[in-house]
Design a binder for this molecule. Structure first.
Ligand code: HGY
Ligand code: MN
Ligand code: MN
Length: 418
């Protein structure tokens, strides 16, 4: 694998003010009434953001194309090979999310590839910006929708089975955007030689260590559950505590113990109950049912298995002792995913060539890179996150900490495609 030849006769430079304008303009689409952003897959805000990206890609001289699930590509054709070096990230957001998670990687790929085309002429291999339609699973419980389409991993029953909170299926939402669920298999690609994703770290290691950049070694393993607890609805005033089958009290004990188990395992083990609901939901009624989600992560396969097993045991023990029904629905399960050493080396050499301090680190967040990596040599480049904050309106990275990432991305793509 080549090491980045500095783009000598094609000095690639980035104007911080211009970079910030793109971030702010895209970050103005999908403003959430309670703060931050929300661009759920196939919502009007999502469509507006994809349209804005396509307009920019065309203005920058790239040929655009959309695939069957709504991924957007901006192409800089290669002179010698139709093989493609891809770079980008997702445009959808979590609810009340920030304007850097995903969007920055799509903008960075657009600016790096267009700058390379302008300064260095056409590449040998084709370079493509990959504006990914969905990663977060924030509208539909089916994350990595865009990259699972590109790698042929969408199961035929998913579009009609998976529904959002309003009962709209993925297939219905696709059709409302003029997309045909039957065409999903056509989104699969087998022409990809490499994928490089730039993303905010969403953690605090780079900032705490004074590093300019992070080169990810492994993306953490993740399991998403929805836990259904059932008990018996009773009068809150007349039912003795020892006779209750209180579904919400059972769920609360489960959550307290599973989060304690992750804390006891120590960093970087994490477990989060992000959502909870109870029925019938009245102040004077013992709840008959409760549902909550569990997000469990660890970058080490054995530790992840141990934590998952311990959590399963906690759910079973609490339910049995309290006489509660238990049904555990698995929503997602991803093994820890190593990034490609050869592509990591290209990023590291590019950072060294720029005289930057970089850190090799695991990613505690999930990324499209983990879906591409088993199919395409893939690497993930981090820029710092202020206070390690993300998935919140406070998400922020100063543009002077973004530009070094752009320069390294451009060098790496130059090494891979020219
Ligand atoms: O949840 C994650 O780690 C990613 O931001 N979707
Ligand atoms: Mn995210
Ligand atoms: Mn992301």
């Amino acid at each position: 694998m080549p090491t980045p030849t500095p783009p000598t006769d094609c000095a690639v430079r980035f104007d911080p003010a211009r970079v910030q304008r793109y971030i702010d303009d895209l970050g103005a689409i999908g403003v959430h009434p309670e703060g931050g952003l929300y661009r759920g897959l196939y919502t009007p805000a999502w469509a507006a953001a994809m349209d804005r990206m396509e307009t920019w890609l065309r203005e920058l001289g790239l040929t655009t194309r959309r695939d069957a699930v709504g991924n957007l590509f901006g192409r800089l054709a290669g002179t010698e090979s139709a093989r493609v070096v891809l770079s980008g990230s997702h445009v959808d957001t979590v609810r009340q999310g920030g304007k850097y998670d995903g969007a920055l990687g799509a903008i960075a790929a657009m600016l790096a590839i267009s700058a390379l085309g302008e300064a260095c002429g056409p590449p040998r291999k084709t370079l493509e910006v990959y504006v990914i339609c969905e990663e977060e699973g924030s509208r539909f419980p089916a994350n990595f929708w865009g990259s699972r389409a590109v790698t042929g991993q969408i199961r035929p029953e998913e579009p009609d089975r998976i529904r959002d909170a309003d009962g709209v299926t993925l297939a219905e939402a696709m059709r409302a955007q003029g997309l045909d669920p039957a065409a999903i298999p056509s989104a699969r690609r087998d022409d990809l030689d490499a994928f490089v994703e730039l993303h905010i770290e969403q953690g605090r290691l780079l900032e705490e260590g004074g590093y300019h950049l992070g080169v990810v070694e492994t993306i953490t393993g993740l399991r998403h559950l929805r836990v259904h607890v059932t008990g018996r609805q009773d009068h809150a005033g007349t039912t003795p505590m020892d006779l209750r089958r209180d579904a919400l009290a059972g769920a609360a004990e489960m959550i307290a113990r599973l989060t304690k188990a992750a804390a006891a395992m120590g960093r970087p083990a994490v477990a989060t109950a992000g959502m909870i609901a109870a029925q019938p939901g009245a102040i004077n009624i013992v709840p008959r049912a409760a549902q909550f989600t569990v997000d469990t992560r660890h970058p080490d396969p054995a530790r992840r298995r141990a934590l998952v097993a311990e959590i399963e045991g906690i759910l079973q023990e609490v339910a049995a002792r309290r006489g509660l029904g238990l049904q555990v629905e698995q929503l997602a399960d991803h093994e820890p995913t190593p990034m490609a050493p050869a592509i990591r080396q290209v990023l590291a050499a590019a950072a060294d060539a720029e005289g930057l301090r970089w850190l090799a680190l695991p990613s505690g967040a999930g990324h499209d890179s983990q879906i591409l990596a088993p199919h395409v040599p893939t690497a993930l480049l981090f820029v710092p996150s202020r206070d390690g904050r993300s998935h919140c309106p406070e998400e922020f990275t100063p543009v002077e900490q973004i530009v070094p990432g752009l320069r390294v991305l451009a060098r790496a793509l130059h090494a891979l495609a020219y």
